[in-house]
Unconditional design. Sequence first.
Length: 169
Amino acid sequence: ASYNRGGEPIPQGEQEHYVKAADYYQKGRRLMREGDVSSAVDVLSQSLEIVMRYVCPPPRKPQFVVSKTHDAIAQGHQLLGNKAKCVAHVELSIANTAKLQGEMHVDLAREYSKLSTLCAAASEEELPGAKAKAAEAAEKAISILQLHYPASKALEAEAALLRGDLRAQ
């Protein structure tokens, strides 16, 4: 029997959906590496659609692959210069990861840091409310890091870097 990342058995009828979604994901990543970013985003979106429709449709427990695919789509939109769509997919990845691992999981510090940096680099025309969103994401990243790591010069430097991204813009 095959198992998903949550350790749950995959029913025989659903295995083909897992395989198809994985194939599309790999094809999308390959297209991205080859520089065909627009096609990559389309193929990755198809992978996400299959996962959301057949593998873990709500109210089923979300899967890690949803976060991973949102991150890949966000990367594509960033490369295409579409900051609003990029940020939207990073936010969806964060929401999915929070459902899987909890609101204060250490992995979310990296995701909030990414969101902060992306928003800090966007103009208000490209992404309305970007600066406020950047500040909020930076503070969330810092609070998660402070929860998981003891006070140190490295932690202070990371917090300063996140907050500095906001002042540099």
